[in-house]
Design a binder for this molecule. Sequence first.
Ligand SMILES: Nc1nc2c(ncn2[C@@H]2O[C@H](COP(=O)(O)OP(=O)(O)OP(=O)(O)O)[C@@H](O)[C@H]2O)c(=O)[nH]1
Ligand SMILES: [Mg+2]
Length: 231
Amino acid sequence: MSGSNSFTATSPRSATAPNRNSHKSTLLKVVILGDGGVGKSCLMNRFVSNHFDEHSFHTIGVEFLNKDIEINGEAYTLQIWDTAGQERFKTLRTPFYRGSDICLLTYAIDDRTSFRNLALWRSEFLYYADVQEGSLFPFIVVGNKVDVAESEKQITTEEARAWCAENGNPPLVETSAKNATNVEAAFGAAVAAWAKLEARLERPIVEDTIDLSKQHSPQRTSCCMPLSSAE
Ligand SMILES: Nc1nc2c(ncn2[C@@H]2O[C@H](COP(=O)(O)OP(=O)(O)OP(=O)(O)O)[C@@H](O)[C@H]2O)c(=O)[nH]1
Ligand SMILES: [Mg+2]
């Protein structure tokens, strides 16, 4: 199932089909952020339609497409929101961050400025999505255009990994929308990160239960574990 829609000012949830967990498929809103030109629209179109546009136009506002996928035996409907990365469209894109389940922070491997701006994208998302605890939100870092010649690459995998390690340890996936490298893997890793976090939040934390019958003081245990990177 897929469908294309573009918006400038309505509630994303009002435009959706089923609610989460109805029809046995979990609906997840996935928002793709990053500088203009890093390849967000191409990533979405490669993933949903297996199509690549060499002359893709800048996005104005936001657009979304739906795609059904299955991961680890679970059915998901991904509602993928592609946003305009150019600064002048900020007021058109930010109203659509609320209600997101997953955020892809995207840079282009041949564009250092887009990599430097990842932190700004992360902050913009947390602020406008009104996420209180950033460390408990599933971000994925996507380095697109991995197909470019080695001489054009400006960001190494090691550098990107180091950024992730310092910014909540989100999974890192290097992709090419152009030749379809790792595009499915990026969305798969995003859903897996969401599911892992969701399971952790729902699971009762047995380790923190204090057994009053014990004589000695219980050891203090932490319920907060860092998100691990994509294997
Ligand atoms: N070499 C290469 N070029 C790509 C890739 N993905 C996208 N492009 C090119 O990069 C340009 C910008 O792609 P878009 O997908 O429109 O970029 P965007 O991030 O959506 O940009 P905005 O809509 O302005 O935010 C286009 O010319 C694409 O053909 C890729 O994986 N490899
Ligand atoms: Mg675009």
